[in-house]
Design a protein around this ligand. Structure first.
Ligand SMILES: Cc1cc2nc3c(=O)[nH]c(=O)nc-3n(C[C@H](O)[C@H](O)[C@H](O)COP(=O)(O)O)c2cc1C
Length: 384
């Protein structure tokens, strides 16, 4: 494949995710906003954020993760999609993106926090194993609860479509509930939802099959997955590529490749004690400035086995790197979280040849603390 396609740079060329055409290869990776009201409604801060992103030229925006069930809320001030009462508010996000862009698409990222909730006292998970960062021991989910959560995901997908979103991304990464089911480190069940890969995938199979009964088959449902959990006994690249291939067969329309679970922060720091702060130096889900495109080796493995698009996220720090990734077909889309907090206009800047080849973000991760208060922003502790 040529880097220059029909006189256009590859990064400006459109490509489909399922039935949805994305106008270019730049994706905004899901980024928790910390902007909702205490009871999960969106606020004017969301509108400003998504207007800026839409105007900045990105082809597809994934929202921050929204909880599908009250018992799966990860953080205070997280957006809710667990009830029809949220549809009208969510519609404002879809509308502001569509009205303020030339055909930017927007996907609602939906999640259940499982054992990783920071704001709930009582958590549920596939198995009752202590989460070492929060020190909470979740309750093992009953089969009935699994079925309820499958329904909650499906209803959330229906609500996203009714609210005008172009697609849904399921958060299947970073140690939240779906990645807990997939992970042999966390899922120790002995019933139909644990054990073999087929059993650990079952929840995703049933979410997909229940959802297509509620939305048209054309409505794209895609997923962010852990290539690796970064813990011994956790998801490995050998397994995650098999999982991805199975998800493709089920009907999922793209895979975003990520990795890590929050607990890795604790496992890496033996002397941690209890410290309820983020640990940016850990490769839990995000890398440092010294690790450009740190998920690239994994994305390449996914590309080898998949026909559906692969989205690469993590530490993508320059246009040259973007060109290399796309030109070598190591991924179909490049996805950004921190760089777009710093510079929402980054895609337009690059596409118009303005400024540096490099992103302005220095991957210091201080944005992680701004989601607590006052709502997502670059802490601007640095200047280049
Ligand atoms: C402030 C912040 C919030 C995040 N929230 C989410 C989220 O809601 N869902 C998700 O899948 N990943 C989330 N992530 C991870 C990013 O989507 C992305 O995978 C990670 O930051 C690596 O990409 P980057 O190097 O471009 O920042 C978040 C990251 C940051 C910094």
């Amino acid at each position: 494949m040529q880097y220059i396609q029909k006189g256009r740079n590859m990064y400006s060329s459109p490509k489909k995710i399922g039935s949805m055409e994305i106008k270019n290869r730049f994706v905004r990776s899901a980024t928790f906003e910390g902007m909702a009201t205490e009871d999960g409604y969106i606020t004017d801060k969301h509108i400003t954020l998504y207007k800026e992103l839409a105007e900045g030229g990105v082809g597809l925006i994934n929202t921050g993760h929204a909880y599908v069930h009250e018992n799966g809320k990860a953080f205070d001030k997280q957006t809710g999609v667990s009830d029809d009462k949220y549809i009208n508010g969510l519609r404002k996000i879809a509308d502001v993106v569509h009205k303020n862009s030339k055909n930017c698409k927007v996907a609602l990222q939906i999640s259940h926090s499982g054992r990783q909730s920071r704001c709930l006292e009582n958590t549920i998970a596939p198995s009752a194993l202590e989460e070492k960062l929060t020190r909470k021991i979740p309750r093992e989910m009953t089969k009935k609860e699994i079925i309820d959560i499958i329904d909650a995901f499906s209803q959330a997908i229906r609500r996203a479509k009714e609210a005008g979103f172009d697609a849904v991304q399921i958060h299947g990464a970073h140690g939240y509930l779906i990645s807990e089911f997939l992970s042999p480190y966390i899922n120790k069940r002995t019933d139909d939802y644990g054990g073999s890969i087929d059993n650990r995938i079952r929840i995703l199979e049933e979410i997909y099959n229940t959802s297509v009964d509620l939305v048209e088959k054309e409505f794209p449902i895609f997923i962010k997955l852990n290539a690796v959990d970064f813990v011994e006994g956790g998801t490995s690249i050998e397994e995650s590529t098999k999982v991805a291939k199975r998800l493709e067969k089920i009907g999922y329309s793209a895979i975003e490749v990520s990795g890590g679970i929050w607990e890795v922060a604790t496992l890496k720091k033996k002397d941690l004690g209890w410290k309820p702060t983020f640990l940016p130096e850990s490769r839990i889900l995000i890398g440092t400035v010294n690790e450009p495109a740190y998920n690239l080796p994994y994305a390449k493995e996914f590309k080898k086995v998949l026909d559906i698009p692969v989205i690469l996220v993590g530490g993508i720090n320059s246009l040259s790197l973007v060109k290399n990734i796309l030109n070598n077909e190591s991924a179909d889309f490049v996805s950004f979280a921190r760089p777009l907090i710093r510079e929402p206009n980054l895609p337009n800047r690059w596409m118009n040849g303005i400024g540096n080849d490099e992103v302005d973000c220095i991957f210091c991760s201080s944005c992680l603390s701004t989601v607590v208060t006052p709502g997502l922003q670059c802490a601007k502790l640095h200047s280049k």
